[in-house]
Design a binder for this molecule. Structure first.
Ligand code: AMP
Ligand code: GLY
Length: 428
């Protein structure tokens, strides 16, 4: 099988790594890929993840048997529809289904229809009406740009002033462009978050083990929001024996509604959950693997990922084919200092071989490039140092010990990845 992975982050490196373990896979292309996908032996091709024409042409030229889009943008732009027209199997939802991620208003509408528990909310296309609503309901309140905003379109406003400012930024100053044509104003929820991902074949949804991301830049969940500073699986807040219940509550009803509309969901449907005192609530849907959740999840996956994805595309996913190791995997993201604000690029990275010489350790590249045979940073998130361990304390210890081996000037990482899980285990 010849595979094309679309994207250039840590998630895509993990996908290339895992797909490469399948005996059925003969060659992998990455568009555009990164230093890590190159290191796995994939062929990096400089076609951007949003260049649909270029991607279809590449898949045709290289006689690709399965396309695997990593990020949300090609999905919302309709890469699956385009590949389908060209007769090329593509593991992901069509553009209609990807609106679950591409439009928060659409996601809310579907949750209402499917009776999925979520925060109370209202959608506005007019800034003045949105502001009147803010004044009426007061704070705390969550203000969300409707469209894609690279994870930055959500403001948790502590007071009305902050909420009014957020509405202004999103709708009037157009901080996220057309993504701010509409805003969702949402009830503020309290609880612990978990990432819940299911593999979907159009009708069936099979849960992967739970994971937990760390979105804030600094320790103790302080500081600006990022793409994710580290993740681990399983998250003790959502143990294995609750996964089926969670799929019935948050994923399967959505699949049923989409199928009714003639759009069976294929790919990964990811519910961002808030586990509140009143039960689970869906904060958002993603139509793909999370980054960095994908890295620990794929470290634990024992099945043949290429076969699993092909089975999903063909509507014949076998739950028994997935297989997850009972171990814990934990990944810590190394960033360039300053991320998510301004940060330096071109930092020389050393020590990956030493880190990977440790048992159970894999270093996934997020933003790296190879220049004159030297590995350098090319993004804010640079690496995700991931380790398997028999339990959370062991995985955590192994990941942080491996990080010590990595040498990069002006690097930064959170020191508390996994701490919420450790506290929960200690309370048991
Ligand atoms: P989202 O992109 O919708 O997942 O939102 C990003 C982050 O904002 C989430 O991971 C939460 O930490 C926070 N958030 C979103 N919605 C709410 C809510 N209704 N109540 C509290 N926090 C929220
Ligand atoms: N880690 C969160 C996301 O991928 O959206």
């Amino acid at each position: 099988m010849r595979i094309l992975v679309i994207g250039s982050g840590g998630r895509e490196h993990a996908l290339v790594w895992k797909l490469g373990q399948s005996p059925r896979v003969s060659k992998i292309f990455a568009a555009p890929g990164n230093g890590g996908t190159h290191g796995e032996g994939a062929i990096n091709v400089p076609v951007a993840a949003d260049d649909l024409d270029g991607l279809v042409a590449l898949a045709q030229k290289e006689k690709i048997d399965l396309v695997v889009p990593g990020p949300e943008l090609p999905l919302t732009l309709g890469i699956v529809d385009r590949m389908r027209e060209a007769g090329i199997p593509c593991f992901g939802p069509d553009a209609h289904c990807a609106r679950l991620e591409g439009s928060k208003a659409f996601a809310k509408e579907m949750m209402l229809r499917a009776r999925v528990p979520t925060a109370r909310s209202a959608v506005f296309a007019d800034a003045e009406m949105a502001k009147n609503h803010v004044v009426k309901v007061g704070a705390p309140l969550v203000v969300k740009a409707d469209g894609l905003a690279a994870g930055k379109g959500v403001v948790v406003a502590r007071d009305s002033q902050e909420a009014l400012q957020a509405v202004d930024d999103i709708m009037n100053a157009r901080a996220f462009g057309a993504a701010g044509d509409r805003v969702v104003l949402e009830e503020f929820l309290v609880g612990e978050e978990a990432s819940f991902l299911c593999l979907c074949d159009g009708t069936r949804a099979v849960p992967l083990p739970s994971a937990q991301d760390h979105k804030a830049a600094w320790d103790d969940d302080q500081g600006p929001n990022t793409g994710g500073m580290g993740a681990y699986s399983p998250a003790p807040v959502l143990p294995d024996d609750r996964l089926e219940e969670m799929a019935d509550l948050t994923i399967r009803p959505i699949l049923a509604e989409l199928a009714k509309d003639g759009h069976p969901f294929v790919g990964v449907l990811y519910a961002g959950l808030m586990l509140t005192a009143d039960g689970p609530r869906v904060l958002e849907y993603n139509a793909r693997f999370g980054d960095p959740e994908c890295q620990p999840l794929l470290m634990r996956l024992q099945g043949d990922l290429a076969q699993i994805m092909l089975d999903c595309v063909n509507g014949e996913l076998d739950p028994a084919s997935i297989g997850n190791s009972g171990q814990t995997a934990l990944g810590v993201v190394l960033t360039a200092k300053g991320y998510p604000r301004a940060y330096p690029k071109g930092l020389v990275i050393k020590g990956i071989a030493e880190a990977e010489a440790r048992p159970g350790v894999k270093v996934f590249h997020s933003g790296t490039a190879v220049k004159d045979h030297v590995l350098i940073s090319s993004g804010g998130r640079v690496l995700c140092v991931t380790a398997l361990g028999d339990d959370l304390p062991a995985a955590r210890k192994a990941a942080y010990a491996a990080l010590e081996e990595i040498r990069m000037p002006d690097g930064y990482f959170r020191k508390d990845i996994g701490n919420k899980g450790m506290r929960r285990l200690a309370r048991k």
